[in-house]
Write a new protein. Sequence first.
Lengths: 298, 249
Amino acid sequence: MAIITVDHLRKTYGTRVAVEDVSFSVEEGEIFGIVGRNGAGKTTTVECVAGLRTPTSGTITVEADLKEQVGVQLQECTLPDKIRVGEALALYASFYSRPADWRALAEEAGLDPRAPFAKLSGGQRQRLSVALALVGSPRVAILDELTTGLDPRARRETWDLVARIKERGVTVLLVTHFMEEVERLCDRVAVISRGRVRAVDTPAGLIARAGGEQRLVFHTDEPVDALRSLPEVASVTVADRGGAGTADGHGAEVVVTGTGDLLSAVAAVLPPSRTRGLRMERTTLDDAFLVLTGTEES
Amino acid sequence: MTKAFGKLAAVEARLFLREPLAVFFAIVLPVGLLLGLGTTIPGFRDADPSLGGQRFVDAPFTAMMVLLSIVTLGLSVLPAGLVLYRERGVLRRLSTTPVRPSALLSAQLLINVVVAVVATTLTLVLGHLVLDVPLPGSPWAFAAVFVLGTVTILAIGLLLAAVAPSSRVVQGVGSTLMFPLLFLAGMWLPRPLMPELLRRISDFTPTGAFGQGLMDALGGQAPQPLHLAVLAGWALAAGAAAARLFRWH
């Protein structure tokens, strides 16, 4: 059942169009990603869902009490410098009728309840922000640009925290521009560009839409023409290195593209022991994103 | 909801006490000036014919120190705190919870009123014990002027918070306004010594009316209707403008 439904959302600020036409629905219990470049309209979209902004047109339905059951982590929201982690969590817990155990949340987020906000690192602040979004035991958590500006380690720790939110059965609406974050966390993603949805799919589905092609690259001295007749193979290219390929002992460089179980099919004809430096390249989510949004600057 | 407000007010109170500058300027400085200058400058404790025979430390100085504390709260502590909360998105973040951001504003107002009461009580009691300053001759009149004046100054603070674009601006504007307003109240030149025209201008300023009202009530006289009317007028005008112009984010 869809817990969030956004139908033809449009939001303008004066003459500037922030969101042109956005529709998607989020199923209960999933992590739904909204990806797009800076300025694509991601934040405006989720702020409309959170009730912070009023849509210019279109409808948004959230099957939960917006204040009680939707926890929000906003971009560029900080706390007073001198408030302690435990004070902030206990305070926000007091706002809700059925709060979570804030001490357990602090522990799960790896935060010292006595630490003042000003002394927290970027990663700790983001994890506190997530904990504050969860302290009311929400059914939906909206997380906006959670890991922007964090170092890789802090980013991973934050991802672990988000993955555990899903285990509690909380639906997560996640705004991001990191494809790695999408791949790690999201069940489904809406790709937004210039205020419009370009695709809604699983991460694997997005890759398949962008071609989903695989490339095998290796060096060999063996003949490779037999590979061309394999159904999995789309093309075989042998780099013309003027005979130098065999002279340096590595053989000519061969690039085989195709789909399906390309590696097994090629290996059946050409044993990998006769090749050197074999590697496989796939379309990544980054490639898919570029294909789906075009290469426009935004 | 009341539980949430209580919790909010308690946290805000603790945050106030963790700001040494706010505690210093709103409480320590006014009380310290009264006791420090009152005990060391001999002339301050002599009956002064130009002040109607009372000592300078009595109604004039004591009233100014009460005023100093409340003006510091209203023109600096309150607006700077609110604008910083708006700047940091605290008010916006609150609007996504079951608690309205106006609860935080109410909590801030409450803290400022409580601090004003504490600073005023300390000023009166310590002034009485150390300098033998008489306690307010008309306690009810003093309480009425105190409440009306505090509401007026805090309403002006809310208006500042409503229109200031950033916390840096609000601090600059607050302290720039503070000096002329304190001067017109008689902080450096007591109102009885002011030239007629200046005193007339002072009558119509919020701090001039507040200061004279406090002096009258401390000295055991009824505050003048003009000063009460001036305070009420400023409170209504600033309060209405603040309510119209206040931005939560």
